[in-house]
Design a protein around this ligand. Structure first.
Ligand SMILES: [Zn+2]
Length: 109
C-alpha cells in the first residue's frame, strides 16, 4: 500500500542550510560528507540568490522544501500516483518562533 501523503518539512534556523549557504556564498567547501549536503543544496542556494529577501538562509530553506517536493512529485514512480490523486506531496515550513507549520506547495485541493 502506498502512503497517501508525503510531507517535506523544512524548518526555521536550520543549521545545515545555514552552513551550506555560507559555504556556497564564500566558496569554502565543507569537510567530508558535509560537502555532499552543500552540493545537494546548491539549486536552493541559487534560487535564494535570485529571490533575495530579508533573510537569505530562510529563503534558501524554503526553496529547498519546494524543490524537494517538486522532485518527488515528478519522480518516475510517484508522478502517476500524484496525477491520479492517490498521493499528495506537500512542502511545508516549520517556524520555531511560532510553532506553526506553513504549507508552501502541493496542498490537496
Ligand atoms: Zn535542519
Amino acid at each position: 500500500m502506498t502512503p497517501p501523503l508525503i510531507v517535506v518539512l523544512g524548518h526555521q534556523r536550520c543549521g545545515a542550510v545555514k552552513a551550506a549557504y555560507y559555504s556556497l556564498r564564500d566558496g569554502k567547501p565543507l569537510s567530508g560528507n558535509l560537502q555532499a549536503i552543500v552540493k545537494a543544496l546548491q539549486p536552493a542556494y541559487k534560487q535564494a540568490v535570485r529571490e533575495g529577501g530579508a533573510d537569505p538562509v530562510e529563503t534558501m530553506a524554503r526553496a529547498q522544501v519546494k524543490l524537494t517536493a517538486a522532485d518527488l512529485r515528478s519522480n518516475r514512480d510517484l508522478a502517476p500516483l500524484v496525477r491520479n490523486g492517490a498521493l499528495a506531496v506537500v512542502g511545508a515550513y516549520y517556524s520555531l518562533d511560532t510553532g506553526k507549520v506553513e504549507v508552501l506547495s502541493g496542498a490537496p485541493s
